[in-house]
Design a protein around this ligand. Structure first.
Ligand code: CAA
Length: 380
């Protein structure tokens, strides 16, 4: 076992850190207040190769491993978790799935611009009545000659307003349950395809989230990803990698919380000394540091298993379950260390709490991660 990162890993980590501090941090508070999508930042992270990190160069990607992706995700999310989720969805839920299961046509025409950051992707599985219970898809796709006609609604779609390409799960054969679900690549602007209003969210406010509507939306049959009936397996296999991305996002938020608490505890004086000299504060810092390290170990282990092409779905679920939990805990403790200052925007830690909460919900709630882990243990 080796805990050292390679030179390449350290270089990626450093370039993500420098970029995040120089280009993302200055506008983060205002974008959170205004719920403004970071269009220019997304363009720049695309140019840096951060939107197709694990895609081979032949399809426009950076050809890096999942460890590099985790390290970059942590640094970006540490400064702005909204940018983190935009990046995670494009990398893990869109590019990964297209590279693994897309036809040559799909790889050339859609994966390549998505991996280069010239276009942005979104992943549409959730529906008003199919969230955790994702097999209960009501959206339908009926074959009509060389097209499929999609009807239905999706909700909670990250990048829903800004994306150019959407991976949409829909039922092609009702009789077959989850084995009758298929995945389609739908282009923005396709007649019959629209989106709802931007959701007014508690956190990750600078990313956009909305519902999608499909009314007799005709999609070429060649835009099916993998094959008919494989859409649910596609979604589950893709989400396994997505959960590593969200675990990394949560670690970024936890690290930001810890670093803010550490800095403030050294600066703030009470009872004639820095509050860092009080054991009550020291124990909080120590607990946060242990939790962050444990979360990193779980997440890097899942990433290493994925890179080694071994089974990693249980480890990815563990990484997301634990990292999201400790992100909320660390953000809460960081607010406590800051006292009243932690409750106002200027000190950022209140945003960390608002941003952390969603990591326990999207890409499978904590309860769903527990189900995935428990089933894997019982099946072993
Ligand atoms: N990896 C691979 N395959 C999996 C899997 C996993 N983690 N979990 C389930 N599957 C497969 C099963 O092996 C089975 O496949 P076969 O039929 O080929 O054997 C199939 O999926 C059905 O599995 P189950 O019978 O276990 O189905 P279930 O209904 O009892 O439970 C579930 C499935 C695990 C609860 C699943 O529905 C689930 O993960 N739900 C959560 C959905 C989710 O994560 N949504 C996130 C939305 S996307 C999002 O948030 C993106 C965003 O914009 C940020």
């Amino acid at each position: 076992m080796n805990f050292d990162f390679t030179e390449d890993h350290l270089m990626i980590q450093q370039s993500a850190k420098e970029f995040a501090e120089a280009e993302i941090a200055p506008s983060s508070i205002q974008r959170d207040i205004d719920a403004e999508f970071p269009t220019d930042i997304v363009k720049k992270i695309g140019e840096l190769g951060f939107l197709g990190m694990m895609v081979p160069p032949e399809f426009g990607g950076a050809g890096l491993d999942t460890i590099s992706y985790v390290l970059a995700m942590i640094e970006i999310s540490k400064v702005d978790a909204s940018v983190g989720v935009i990046m995670s969805v494009n990398n893990s839920l869109v590019c990964f799935g297209l590279e693994k299961y897309g036809s040559d046509y799909i790889k050339q025409n859609y994966l390549t611009p998505l991996a280069k950051g010239e276009r942005l992707g979104a992943f549409a599985l959730s529906e008003p009545e199919a969230g955790s219970d994702a097999t209960k898809q009501k959206t339908t796709a009926d074959k009509d000659g060389d097209h499929y006609v999609i009807n239905g609604m999706k909700n909670w779609i990250t990048n829903g307003i800004s994306a150019d390409h959407f991976l949409v799960m829909a039922t092609t054969d009702k009789e077959k349950g989850h084995k009758g679900i298929s995945t389609f690549l739908v282009e923005k602007g396709t007649p019959g395809f629209g989106h709802g209003k931007k959701e007014d969210k508690l956190g990750i406010r600078s990313s956009d989230t909305c519902s999608l509507t499909f009314e007799n939306c005709r999609v070429p049959a060649k835009n099916i990803v993998w094959e008919e009936g494989k859409g649910f397996n596609f979604a589950m296999n893709t989400l396994n990698g997505g959960r590593i991305g969200i675990a990394a996002q949560a670690i970024g938020i936890a690290e930001a919380s810890f670093e803010a608490a550490l800095k403030y505890s050294k600066e703030r004086k009470a009872f004639g000394t820095s509050i860092a000299n009080f054991q009550a504060i020291q124990f909080k810092l120590a607990d946060m540091a242990v939790k962050i390290d444990a979360a990193k170990m779980l997440t890097l282990k899942a990433a290493a298993l994925k890179d080694a092409e071994k089974k990693y779905y249980k480890e990815a679920a563990m990484a997301k379950l634990y990292s999201s939990k400790i992100a909320v805990e660390c953000a809460l403790e960081a607010i406590q260390v800051h006292g009243g200052y932690g409750y106002v925007r200027e000190y950022l830690v209140e945003r960390y709490l608002r941003d952390a909460k969603i990591t326990e919900i999207y890409e499978g709630t904590s309860e769903i991660q527990n189900i995935v882990i428990a089933r894997a243990l019982l099946d072993a």
